[in-house]
Design a protein around this ligand. Structure first.
Ligand code: KG4
Ligand code: ZN
Length: 354
């Protein structure tokens, strides 16, 4: 069922205003972006404290929280951008991949807003939006581009010949990098989400304290693996096989394990980016997703002798984790190419991109 509404500002898309809605996991996020790159507002409500005691996202709680927060956040995003809903030219929303109950909240709101303002809407792929965040951070950036996307649910490498069309080069065969960090933090006795907690603890630790494996897999492979690394930490802490409780660690032991684990994850990610970069010598390089906020990862990439001389585009931290601006930015690109979604667009748990 096509939307019989006004056509996206194709003649004037430099000024077109797109509302971006993100609710695929545990962040409710809404942004207004002008012309695809100018971020007028980027509002985020993080559910981290809601899920902290469960040490992971509880889908039922996440869906309910999105429902409570999303409309006030839409209002807040419009207000901060200094515009009315009527000023919008299009609505973009994550419709894949993610938790179905969470995606449906954002998708239903996007459809309702598109109907009430009479503007087109477009469902976008969350992972392609993480890739697209690099173009918001640096509007002068042009493909070809190799991008590493590392988050709580996905860890993949992409090659882009054209904006909005990341082609998968390799992906994790088991855990995502962020998921491994979240689980390691729980084992070490650090907070949730684990990535930032590990980064903080690692500052006072010795990255060589514990030798951990790197999941680089067979020679030449662009796939990744983090489950062996996670199991190595588990066995170090409580031995193989039998279920012993995790030992109580001193602060320094926590710091050393955090630093060793962080080093292993970031080393693996950096090596894979190097491998992909060598295949595309003309391509600029970028990173995206929550784990891309990690300072040690950025240091390793910047200091890599293999990557020396390459153009890097590191998005600012606000554009690494889940956010509405990346959804609006990619939505703008697709809408200006004449794409729209129908009102019966479905939410999908899986992406074709991962
Ligand atoms: O992209 P994101 O916000 O949500 C998903 O799409 O999953 O990524 C969340 C993940 C979590 O696993 C979190 O622990 C990790 O990103 N993360 C970090 C950092 N900040 C967030 N990992 C390492 N260092 C950080 N500073
Ligand atoms: Zn994400």
């Amino acid at each position: 069922m096509p939307i019989p509404f006004r056509i996206f500002n194709q003649n004037n898309d430099k000024n077109a205003l797109v509302l971006g809605i993100e609710s695929s996991c545990d962040e409710t996020a809404v942004a207004v972006v002008r012309g695809g790159t100018q971020i007028l507002s980027n509002e985020i409500f993080s559910q981290a404290s809601l899920h902290a005691k469960h040490r992971g996202v509880v889908p039922e709680l996440a869906g309910r929280s999105h429902l409570e927060r999303i409309l006030p956040l839409v209002q807040q995003a419009l207000q901060k951008a200094g515009i009315q809903g009527d000023d919008l030219d299009g609505i973009a929303v994550t419709n894949r991949p993610g938790l179905i109950g969470c995606l449906l909240v954002g998708l239903s709101v996007a459809k309702a807003l598109a109907l009430s303002y009479g503007v087109p809407f477009i469902g976008v792929d969350h992972i392609q939006a993480h890739i697209h965040a690099s173009f918001l951070a640096d509007p002068a950036l042009q493909p070809p581009l190799v991008v590493l996307v590392a988050s709580g649910g996905h860890t993949s490498l992409f090659f882009l010949e054209k904006k909005g069309e990341g082609v998968l080069l390799g992906k994790t065969r088991d855990d995502a990098a962020g998921e491994a960090l979240d689980k390691a933090a729980a084992m070490i006795g650090l907070g949730y989400p684990g990535g930032p907690a590990i980064e903080e603890a690692a500052r006072g630790g010795n990255p060589k304290a514990l030798a951990l494996p790197r999941g680089t897999l067979e020679k030449g492979s662009l796939d990744l693996s983090f489950s062996g690394l996670k199991t190595a930490l588990l066995y170090h802490l409580r031995g193989p096989g039998i279920q012993r409780p995790f030992p109580k660690l001193s602060k320094q032991e926590q710091r050393d394990l955090a630093a060793s684990f962080q080093e292993a994850v970031m080393d693996t990610l950096c090596k894979k980016l190097e491998r992909a970069a060598l295949l595309y010598p003309q391509a600029a390089l970028s990173i995206g997703g929550g784990v891309a906020a990690n300072t040690r990862l950025r240091e390793k990439i910047s200091e890599s002798t293999i990557l020396k001389g390459r153009k890097f585009a590191f998005p600012p931290l606000a554009l690494c984790g889940d956010n509405g601006a990346m959804i609006a930015g990619l939505g703008h690109l697709l809408l200006s190419q004449g794409e729209t979604s129908a009102l019966d667009l479905e939410a999908r748990a899986r992406s074709q991109s991962r």
